[in-house]
Design a protein around this ligand. Structure first.
Ligand code: SF4
Ligand code: SF4
Length: 497
């Protein structure tokens, strides 16, 4: 695509980067077939190609964002399905990120939107504030009309009270593969965060996908299989994050048990990575959240205490893997950000690299695997979660239209509820067709979004694998009794279908 930026404009590093991205687009439109908003709404301006034109026009003319641009940029889920589909290697992620920052700097939103977005940015990244807001919101639920609309939606998405993992029904077997001194840990470790067309159209058949563009791998594996034997266990920093640490601390408890079973040393690292505010276009707040985390992790890497950084929320993992680009022009952070990005792994990548052994007593049962957009399109991690589930003894069922977003997308389901609900219903209709007794996914946002309207329990992938290795059953399995037989039999096994 031809561009028309002046030399003066291109002195801005973000404009220069966007110009390079725009020049790669050849207008072919392959991306429209896999874009959820185009599939639902059928408007070219709600397709990647249409948004690219809008963003190009806005940036070339150095104009403030207009209401029309904001409407279509806001409707983008940042699911990145268009990047997986694009044969020309257009890095839409960085382009839409730049556009969101430009919108925040140049467009004055209606006051209700300003309040909602500011409240989300001020609460969600901070576990103590988020926990307090949830408690308050639940107390005020009978008078919910006094709450901002986005928080009413948030309360509707959440279970009535924080779930805690049911007691284990099976005694964890002795760990044959764990080295001495690496026994499975207690449920929660010290230092963890506080306990924490029209929308609705019938699902269509799987859209054809163009050959994906080549994308560089994320550096070398954290565990190099051809390297000399390690002198000690792999040292893993496990990020606790923000929202997940409040809603489902059981996920990182399961991840920690699995990492230790695989022979790793684990240290839990609290703190929000900044992904939530980054998607709201708030780059200053993103930096203020990411900076202490990056500095702490870089110090650990520099001291030889951190070999890999494990993330159990794929939305956060996608963001942390992009720190090197996001802070590339930041004189204080650029070096550390690149070092940290290079060590980040989704938990499934790491467990796969560590060759987590098969459980002694595989549970069986069919699991529908929902690949979060940030997992499949953002990080291109597709094989590992499926193989880990299969190795743990589950039959893995694929969900139709697996490339389409479930509507979660960070705060999208709070700010764009109509499209988000249509995508959720479409996804759940496909889940029902699998006949599986449970859905596994690797992102807390998808878990919350799907569970708010699903008859089938939704679990994190590591919860299921941990359960197969003797850990507690995922929340919602043991306690679930409505609408049919308890999917966990008397001996603690998942019945499946
Ligand atoms: S598929 Fe890629 S090159 Fe084609 S229109 Fe979409 S972004 Fe542009
Ligand atoms: S990120 Fe997702 S919603 Fe946004 S343009 Fe790309 S495919 Fe469409």
């Amino acid at each position: 695509m031809q561009t028309n930026f002046t030399a003066e404009q291109l002195k801005d590093a973000d404009v220069a980067a966007s110009e390079q991205i725009l020049r790669k687009c050849v207008h072919c439109g392959f991306c429209t077939a896999t874009c959820p908003t185009y599939v639902l709404l059928g408007d070219e301006l709600d397709s990647p190609r249409g948004r690219i034109y809008l963003i190009k026009d806005m940036l070339e003319h150095g104009r403030p964002a207009t209401e029309e641009v904001v409407r279509h940029v806001d409707r983008c889920l940042s699911c990145l399905a268009c990047m997986t589909t694009c044969p020309s290697g257009v890095h839409y992620q960085h382009l839409i990120d730049h556009a969101r920052v430009h919108v925040e700097k140049t467009y004055r939103r209606p006051w209700r939107e300003r309040i909602a977005r500011s409240a989300l940015a001020a609460v969600l990244p901070y576990p103590a504030r988020f926990a307090a807001a949830l408690t308050l919101g639940r107390l005020l639920a009978p008078a919910a009309g006094v709450l901002p609309a986005s928080f009413r939606r948030l309360l509707r998405l959440l279970p009535p009270a924080d779930r805690t993992a049911p007691a284990a029904r099976r005694v964890p077997p002795a760990e044959k593969n764990a080295p001495a001194g690496h026994a499975p840990p207690a449920e929660q470790s010290p230092g963890a965060a506080p306990a924490e067309q029209s929308p609705g159209a019938a699902p269509a058949e799987q859209s054809p996908r163009a050959a994906p563009a080549a994308r560089p791998a994320w550096s070398e594996p954290a565990v190099r299989k051809d390297a000399a034997p390690r002198s000690g266990p792999l040292r893993v920093a496990l990020l606790d994050g923000c929202v997940q640490s409040v809603l489902a601390p059981r996920i990182n408890a399961a991840a920690e048990r699995l990492l230790r079973r695989a022979g790793a040393d684990v240290v839990r690292v609290p703190g929000c990575c900044g992904a939530i505010v980054h998607h709201l276009g708030r780059d200053d707040r993103n930096r203020s959240l990411a900076q202490p985390l990056i500095s702490r992790l870089a110090r650990g890497i520099g001291a030889g205490d951190v070999d890999a950084i494990a993330v159990t929320a794929s939305g956060c993992g996608t963001h942390a893997k992009d720190y090197g680009f996001i802070f590339r022009t930041d004189p204080e952070l650029a070096g550390d950000a690149a070092v940290v990005s290079d060590r980040v792994r989704d938990i499934a990548e790491l467990l796969d690299e560590l060759d987590l052994p098969a459980p002694a007593e595989p549970p069986g049962g069919t699991v529908a695997y929902h690949s979060a957009c940030s997992m499949q399109h953002g990080q291109r991690v597709e094989r590992q979660p499926r193989e880990l589930l299969a190795r743990a003894g589950f039959e893995v069922a694929e969900i139709g239209e697996g490339h389409l977003c479930c509507g979660s997308a960070g705060t999208y389901n709070l700010l764009q509820p109509r499209i988000a609900e249509a995508l959720r219903e479409r996804k759940l209709a496909h889940v029902a067709r699998t006949g599986a007794g449970i859905v596994a996914t690797g992102n807390i946002g998808c878990m919350t979004q799907l569970a708010s309207a699903s008859d089938v329990p939704i679990a994190h992938t590591v919860e299921l694998i941990d359960w197969a290795h003797g850990g507690p059953p995922p929340a919602g399995l043991g306690a679930r009794a409505s609408g049919g037989a308890d999917p966990v039999s008397a001996d603690g096994r998942f019945r499946g279908r």
